[in-house]
Write a protein that binds this ligand. Structure first.
Ligand code: NAD
Length: 286
């Protein structure tokens, strides 16, 4: 069965839209998201356009600030301080990657944790580690858990989740989320030995690696749920650009009981969860 991220994301956005209307009606507050884009990275421009469009569609206020490639770290931090103090801005997102002369960590730390809707600030990572309710949780990992639950139901207790990848933005936070769901969690990475054998133990297999089609059918336990986070560009037989995940969808879909496609799986959930975080930030501000 294909776990369709587009449908699940649409369902989530519809719920959020109603909650935004309710917040407006009861408290006269409209959640506001400001996205800051530095430089001319074409992929970032596409991501930001999608974020803005979907923010507006659920009834939130969306604001985009575009800055030149040559913007200094100090200038960006000064702008963020202004946004931190602006009561109409509930969520701030600085689109990554940033130009090389800007230290990403310094920028992430300059956003106050209450408005850090990407969930990358060390304070939010700490809250997530502690299982605190106030954590703003990174969006892609949230999307992975929602998709796993869509297929398996809300109770994931006792399931063995194997996460391949240990990055700060996906692998580590998604491991903590599955642990909170009472899963047994294994985190595999580039130095793990016998990765296929580790993956075969998984009831829920999350691939967040960035290696096209790495996970093959004989790495997957029959009936497992497979969540593919990878976004990789390869050339198809005609030499055209093709988007694929970390999982060899054609063969793994014959073994798994549920699998997310690429595109149309985890990707759409990431933006929907960004909107969820923005609504949360607005409610917490209230
Ligand atoms: P990253 O490069 O920061 O981390 C990759 C991880 O994979 C590392 O922890 C590394 O140890 C592990 N790894 C690398 N080679 C390996 C191997 N051969 N065997 C086992 N583990 C290996 O990447 P990331 O930022 O976590 O992103 C991972 C993938 O997810 C990328 O393709 C990225 O584009 C995609 N992504 C998608 C979304 C989305 O919204 N769908 C969001 C974020 C990232």
């Amino acid at each position: 069965m294909i776990i369709d991220g587009k449908i699940v994301a649409q369902e989530l956005r519809s719920k959020l839209k109603l909650q935004v209307q309710e917040l407006k009606a009861k408290h006269n507050i409209t959640p506001g998201l400001t996205v800051v884009l530095v430089g001319d990275d074409p992929a970032s421009h596409v991501y930001v356009r999608n974020k803005i469009k979907q923010t507006t569609e659920v009834g939130m206020i969306s604001n985009e600030i575009r800055l030149a490639e040559k913007t200094t770290e100090e200038e960006l931090i000064e702008l963020l301080h202004g946004l931190n103090n602006d009561d109409d801005v509930h969520g701030i997102l600085v689109q990554l990657p940033l130009p090389k002369h800007i230290n990403e960590q310094a920028i992430i730390t300059s956003i106050i944790p209450e408005k850090d809707v990407d969930g990358f600030h060390a304070m939010n990572s700490g809250h997530l580690l502690n299982g605190d309710a106030e954590a703003l949780v990174p969006c892609t990992p949230q999307g992975c858990v929602i998709l796993a639950k869509k297929h398996l139901g809300n109770d994931l207790s006792g399931k063995h989740a194997v996460i391949v990848g240990r990055s700060n933005i996906v692998g580590k936070p998604v491991s903590l989320l599955f642990l909170q769901e009472n899963c047994t969690v294994t985190v595999a990475h580039s130095r793990s030995t016998d990765l296929p054998a580790l993956c075969r133990q998984a009831d829920i297999l999350v691939a967040a690696v960035g290696r096209p089609l790495m996970i093959k059918a004989d790495w997957v336990k029959p009936g497992a749920t497979v969540i593919d986070v990878g976004i990789n560009h390869i050339e198809d037989e005609q030499g055209k650009d093709k988007l694929v995940g970390d999982v060899d969808f054609a063969e793994v879909s014959k073994v798994a009981s549920g699998i997310t496609p690429v595109p149309g799986g985890v990707g759409p959930m990431t933006i929907a969860c960004l909107l969820k975080n923005t609504l949360r930030a607005a409610k917490q501000h209230l």
